[in-house]
Design a protein around this ligand. Sequence first.
Ligand SMILES: Nc1ncnc2c1ncn2[C@@H]1O[C@H](COP(=O)(O)OP(=O)(O)O)[C@@H](O)[C@H]1O
Ligand SMILES: [Mg+2]
Length: 141
Amino acid sequence: MQAGGFSISMVSDISIIRGTVSRVLGFIKSRVNLKEEMEYDIKLILNELLLNAVIHGNRYCRDKRVDIKLDILKNGKMMLAVNDQGEGFSYPSYQHRRPILDPEQEGGRGLNIIQALSDEVRYNKKGNRVTVIKTLEDKRA
Ligand SMILES: Nc1ncnc2c1ncn2[C@@H]1O[C@H](COP(=O)(O)OP(=O)(O)O)[C@@H](O)[C@H]1O
Ligand SMILES: [Mg+2]
């Protein structure tokens, strides 16, 4: 494992998400020997974060960008921040509602998935920047 940082920015277009996810993954894999399940978790987290940024944050507005900042820390964790240029939302009150995971229900699964697969999820006050902390490598191993 090698500590380091990476930034990438994308236009608000759903079709660009796949390529962006694979570039971020490429950076992580150049620094960390990722297990297959870990790679899958990160892909899921990033995909949901970027979808939310494009759809709910920037509302598909191509003039608005989504910025991704990744830091691989010496303690074996990654810190991933996704910033959109939208209005934001109230994450604390969203969490308070505790959405039910109804398979019939179309939306509302993204944040649950992100929460379940991350050590820690933080939003800024405005609600347009989310920071995810996730352990990539067990330093005791
Ligand atoms: N970046 C964001 N900007 C504004 N609102 C957001 C953002 N991310 C999430 N939300 C709000 O949180 C809700 C739940 O998100 P999520 O669990 O991913 O479900 P879904 O995207 O299917 O609606 C969204 O419907 C939206 O109202
Ligand atoms: Mg979503």
